[in-house]
Design a protein around this ligand. Sequence first.
Ligand code: SF4
Length: 68
Amino acid sequence: MTNAEKQPIIKKCIGCSNIEGEVCRVWFSPATKWRTGNCPSATHIKRELSEPEQKVRVGQQKQKKKLG
Ligand code: SF4
């Protein structure tokens, strides 16, 4: 396959290390990969973690009540 057959990268690809000249070396059509979200092969983005910040909880000491 020659590069001429591939579709050019898009703006969102800029910074990705899979860029080869004006095309992507992984995907035929970069625009398609980005259409529904982040490109799964992008090296320049971090996966956005949806998990909330985990706070370290200070363990509550259980109070032992002496009965009687
Ligand atoms: S891997 Fe994804 S982000 Fe990187 S150049 Fe290819 S299409 Fe663009």
